[in-house]
Structure formats: structure tokens, C-alpha cells
Design a binder for this molecule. Structure first.
Ligand SMILES: [Zn+2]
Ligand SMILES: [Zn+2]
Length: 235
């Protein structure tokens, strides 16, 4: 069995979204089990970053405060290294982290659809994957979360927001799971495909919603093969 460390950057994540993250984590593991893939996610605690690492970037959506990719990769790599050094017998050299803000390095903002899904890199054989949940949030999800966070919003508005959110969050969760499976696929050498499959990246959120929640036959076989015969030292 191979394991992938799972974490999330908890800064700026609301309680409601946090719950969905854990549901997505559990659902992903349940799917991997159903598909008889010898692969599971292991929760490695959340990452809480000091605000000092925050940068402000001018983006097409306006000014955004975020943690740069480089910092996140360092933290996640360190977290994975600590876990590997414990050497408790888990076969694990990958970590997947989720953030609530857009992915950007110190000077490069990854456009919404230009880099719709995640970012991943390799360090000394350790694979670090980062996925932003931001592109998976619909406008109404973002708006309702804002209303619920606002102490001045009135009760009627809040109860409306709760109703809207109860419809939005399940869709958000499915998008997120697909994104996680997409990045996991890449980390085992899968490339983009053009089938009804999580490895087929979307151009719009609607396209992503209609996409099958799982790997197509050809991607599944490649993933299974790669899990059976891990190629070490290869990207
Ligand atoms: Zn991709
Ligand atoms: Zn595929």
C-alpha cells in the first residue's frame, strides 16, 4: 500500500469549508478503496502559517493577499520529511496540500484557467502537490460565506445564505475531489487525457461539474500499473 500525506493551509478557511475538506478527504479514500487501488491519503495535520509570509499580488481579480507557492512548498516538504524520518513503515514520499487562496509564486500569478488545477514539484524524490480550492468555489458560494462571516448581516439573510450554501457545498466537494484525483494521477505519471475522466482538465467550472468523478479505463490502468511497478528516480 502506498500513502500520500494530506494537509491543508488553515489560514482563511472557514469552519464550514474545513468540514467539506475532511469529507473530501474521506470520500477520496473511500473511492480509492472501491477502485481497489493500493493507495490512501493520510492526514498529516493542518498547516498554520505566520502572517509574515503573506504577500499582496495584483491579479485580474484585484489585489489578493496570499502565501507564495515557494513558501508553501518549503513547509509541505519539511512536513513530509519529518514524517518520512519517523520511519514508521509507511510507504510514503508524496504530500498533497489544499489552500484557499490562488496559487502564485512571488511574482507570478497563475491565471484562473491557465493553471486551473494544481501545482506539483519534486525534491530529492519527494513529491509536493498543491491544489487551490479557489477555482472550485462558485460566486454564490463565496458570497454566502461572506454573509455568514459578517456579524452585521441580518438573520433572514443569514438563513437564506445557509440554504444556498447547503446546495453549493456538495458541488464544491465533488469539484475538489476531482482536483485531488487529478493531482494524484499526475504524481504517478499520468498525463492529461481527452476522455470523460478527472485527468481531462476543464476550461470552465461547468465542464468540470459534468466530468466523471473518476479515472477513465486507460488512465486507471496506467495508475494501477504505476502503483504495481513504481519507477524510482523518474519524474
Ligand atoms: Zn493537470
Ligand atoms: Zn483518462
Amino acid at each position: 500500500m502506498e500513502y500520500i500525506g494530506f494537509t491543508y493551509v488553515s489560514n482563511f478557511v472557514s469552519k464550514r469549508v474545513e468540514e467539506v475538506l475532511f469529507e473530501a478527504y474521506n470520500d477520496a479514500n473511500r473511492l480509492l478503496e472501491e477502485w481497489e487501488l493500493p493507495l490512501r491519503l493520510v492526514y498529516l495535520d493542518k498547516l498554520i502559517l505566520e502572517p509574515g509570509y503573506l504577500i499582496t499580488l495584483e491579479t485580474p481579480e484585484g489585489k489578493v493577499r496570499l502565501f507564495p507557492l515557494d513558501v508553501l512548498v518549503d513547509f509541505m516538504d519539511y512536513r513530509l520529511k519529518v514524517e518520512i524520518e519517523k520511519n514508521d513503515g509507511l510507504n510514503m514520499n508524496k504530500i498533497l496540500g489544499i489552500t484557499s487562496f490562488p496559487l502564485a509564486s512571488r511574482d507570478k500569478y497563475f491565471g484562473f484557467y491557465e493553471k486551473f488545477l494544481g501545482f506539483q514539484t519534486e525534491r530529492l524524490g519527494r513529491r509536493i502537490m498543491l491544489l487551490s480550492m479557489r477555482p472550485f468555489e462558485s460566486d454564490s458560494m463565496r458570497m454566502t460565506l461572506k454573509i455568514l462571516d459578517n456579524p452585521l448581516a441580518d438573520d433572514d439573510l443569514k438563513s437564506l445564505a445557509v440554504r444556498v450554501l447547503s446546495k453549493e457545498l456538495p458541488a464544491f466537494k465533488r469539484r475538489l475531489i476531482k482536483g485531488m484525483l487529478h493531482e494524484i494521477g499526475h504524481s504517478f505519471g499520468l498525463e492529461h487525457c481527452s476522455n470523460d475522466c478527472v485527468m481531462n482538465p476543464p476550461k470552465t467550472l461547468g465542464e468540470w461539474d459534468s466530468r466523471f468523478l473518476g479515472y477513465c479505463n486507460s488512465c486507471y490502468l496506467k495508475l494501477e500499473e504505476s502503483l504495481r511497478n513504481p519507477v524510482s528516480g523518474k519524474d
